[in-house]
Design a protein around this ligand. Structure first.
Ligand code: ZN
Ligand code: ZN
Length: 246
């Protein structure tokens, strides 16, 4: 096969390479390179100050709502303001303070967003997460149709998010771990300096401690922990400082 050497091609290429090596004015400005990232908007909502996370692959504008705690309309407003499409609702567990905004989110979306929950929390979901026990009524939104299982991978844009079953606070509690972004949404399993309560139906202290040891403390120390209540922390900080884990 004859290779046709186009006049000027090689020299043009060389010039370009030389330019990249020597002329810093045409090098890309590093600060302008956009690396893909999950964007996370935190809301603290409802009577017991529950954290809800609106999480998006911002480049693809695909979002999910983790634990729509209350004021679903406000969560949808924020997504729309950012141009994000809410594709689904993921629940760490079915306590009323984590699901009370699901109806409000769903009311504003068409088609209805599928809801993901571990089947061992379905009965709790059907009881509106125990709302009546606290003298409340809520609209829990569409019935869950995505059965979460330990080890399952969920997808948000180009990110994989691992489901880890962490019973002890409720039977069907899960955490959502995105290894690519070193972040875990951990509901009411662990908080900064504390752990989830185990005195409600389905709770068990030894099971919770076991879940924390095997499913949370096994993550890298610099993993961000975004809890259902209170401030953000890390696996390393809780391993070192959490008084319940001594
Ligand atoms: Zn809870
Ligand atoms: Zn809670």
């Amino acid at each position: 096969m004859e290779v046709i050497n186009k006049p000027g091609f090689d020299s043009a290429l060389e010039e370009t390479h030389a330019g990249w090596r020597t002329d810093s004015s045409i090098l890309p400005d590093v600060s302008c390179i956009i690396y893909p990232m999950l964007e996370i908007v935190t809301f603290t909502l409802g009577p017991v100050l529950t954290n809800c996370y609106l999480v998006a692959d911002a480049q693809r504008k695909e979002a999910v709502v983790i634990d729509p705690a209350d004021e679903g309309g406000r969560i949808v407003d924020e997504a729309q303001r950012r141009g994000w499409r809410i594709g689904s609702i993921w629940l760490t567990h079915a306590h009323f303070d984590h699901i009370a905004g699901a109806g409000g989110v769903a009311d504003r979306l068409n088609p209805l967003p599928p809801v993901a929950l571990h089947p061992e929390d379905y009965s709790l979901w059907r009881m509106q997460g125990g709302a009546a026990y606290f003298g409340m009524r809520i609209d829990p939104g569409p019935e869950p149709t995505i059965d979460l299982k330990h080890g399952m991978l969920l997808h948000l844009g180009e990110y994989d998010v691992e489901v880890r079953h962490t019973p002890g606070h409720t039977r069907g509690h899960v955490i959502f771990f995105c290894a690519g972004q070193k972040v875990a949404f951990c509901g009411d399993v662990i908080f900064q300096g504390s752990i989830g309560r185990t005195d409600l139906p389905g709770g068990d202290y030894d099971t919770l401690i076991s879940s924390i040891n095997t499913q949370v403390l096994s993550l890298p120390d610099d993993t961000r922990l975004l809890s259902g209540h209170g401030p953000e922390t890390t696996v390393g900080d809780e391993r070192r400082w959490n008084p319940f884990l001594r």
